[in-house]
Design a binder for this molecule. Structure first.
Ligand code: PLP
Length: 400
């Protein structure tokens, strides 16, 4: 019995929770419960003729794990189903996903419009490395469609946005941005790392490519580094060529971890969102707090857009305390439960001071224009008991 073959034609009819558990799982007598890992570099053949057919691609099957691997393929099928894409290519990290996308779709002289608030390494990738090969990035404010429009030139081939932004939870209207991109014959890629397909499906909104750092919520438990791109066959075939030739492929062991992570994706993201919203509402009423940046709050300027294009608001928020960096550090240093770390995407709550960590290398002006104020703390709310998280911050807030 191959359940997966039966499943594939009807994927659209199955719910997200079912897909997260069943898609990309080859059900056989041995594999019904466990999902196997194939920790192998290469594959063997019954004859020279079979090897020749497989190498030529005349016959389906695996050749070498830089090209394809059964465990990695299962992960790719599952994530493609969850994002509603035709195909997924897994990569060794989120950054490898972004690099592979750009290598596949852009050439020297092409321009890419990028929202300024994207992940720090994404900016470095464009400015430090891709610029060497003549790819030109133009930066715009995520939530200002007029700036996106104004940044187009005849050389613009790709728009790259991360929504919601980290840590201020600014959003872009994905449907409107996709329309803009397509009117100019450009493609739109959305980094969907913060919400995952459980809370936002950019392809449904018109985006052409979805990019993931699987390292974050797809795994959800901080166990492995990986990434992926999902989209149409046409672009993904080019991306696959890059990964297969240049080598930033996902390891089978990591793919197996991500398959396990995906099984609980919806449950986790709902619980993250529920905890985060209650936490944000509580913080907003605390006298020592200047402002809470979270798209689930009615006070958020794009709350209506968040409700329209997202199925939830996610775990990550910015919390600005009164009293600048000293006050922010005091709150952070008085936590006992939360982890002080620049990472996120974990069942454990993490807390950091962006001004001196994730955004520490920016100049004062760059930080100010990015809205990263001295009193700002980023919290990625985990799945611990809410009252314990409140008590954890209250310890520091009381000292201010
Ligand atoms: C972490 C992250 C990345 C990079 O992913 P890695 O797996 O660390 O390479 C890209 N985009 C966003 C939004 C991230 O948070």
């Amino acid at each position: 019995m191959s359940f997966n073959d039966d499943l594939t034609p009807g994927l659209e009819t199955l719910g997200l929770e079912t897909l997260a558990i069943r898609a990309g799982h080859e059900r056989t007598h041995e594999q019904e419960h466990g999902e196997p890992i194939f920790p192998t570099s290469s594959f063997v053949y019954g004859s020279a003729a079979e090897a020749a057919r497989k190498f030529k691609g005349e016959e389906p099957g695996n050749v070498y794990s830089r090209f394809t691997n059964p465990t990695v393929r299962n992960f790719e099928q599952r994530l493609a189903a969850l994002e509603g894409g035709e195909r997924c290519v897994a990569t060794s990290s989120g950054m490898a996903a972004i690099l592979s996308t750009v290598l596949a779709l852009l050439k020297a002289g092409d321009e890419v419009i990028v929202s300024r608030s994207v992940f720090g390494s994404t900016i470095a990738l464009f400015d430090k490395y891709l610029a060497k090969f003549g790819v030109v990035p133009r930066y715009v404010e995520l939530n200002d469609l007029a700036q996106w429009e104004a940044a187009f030139t005849p050389k613009t081939k790709l728009l790259f946005a991360e929504t919601p932004s980290n840590p201020l939870n600014e959003l872009v209207d994905v449907a409107a941005l996709a329309e803009l991109a397509h009117r100019h014959d450009a493609l739109l890629a959305i980094d969907n790392c913060f919400l995952t397909p459980a809370l936002q499906r950019p392809l449904d909104l018109g985006a052409d490519l979805v990019i993931h750092s699987a390292t974050k919520y797809l795994d959800g438990q901080g166990r492995a580094i990986g990434g992926a791109v999902v989209g149409r066959d046409k672009e993904l075939e080019q991306l696959y060529g890059v990964v297969r030739t240049c080598g930033p492929c996902m390891s089978p062991f990591n793919a197996w971890i991500f398959l396990k992570g995906l099984e609980t994706l919806s449950l986790r993201m709902e619980a993250h969102s529920r905890n985060a919203l209650a936490f944000a509402e509580w913080l907003e009423a605390e006298p020592a707090i200047e402002r809470v940046y979270y798209s689930g709050l009615e006070s958020h300027p794009q709350h209506a857009l968040a409700k329209r294009q997202q199925q939830g608001f996610g775990a990550v928020m910015g919390v600005e305390v009164k009293g600048g960096q000293d006050a922010a550090w005091k709150v952070i240093d008085n936590t006992r439960v939360m982890s002080i770390t620049g990472n996120l995407g974990d069942v454990k709550t993490t807390i950091t001071h962006p001004g001196t960590t994730t955004h520490g290398r920016l100049t004062d002006e760059q930080r100010a224009s990015a809205g990263i104020r001295d009193g700002l703390i980023r919290i990625a709310v985990g799945l611990e008991t809410l009252d314990d998280l409140k008590a954890d911050l209250e310890r520091g807030l009381k000292l201010l």
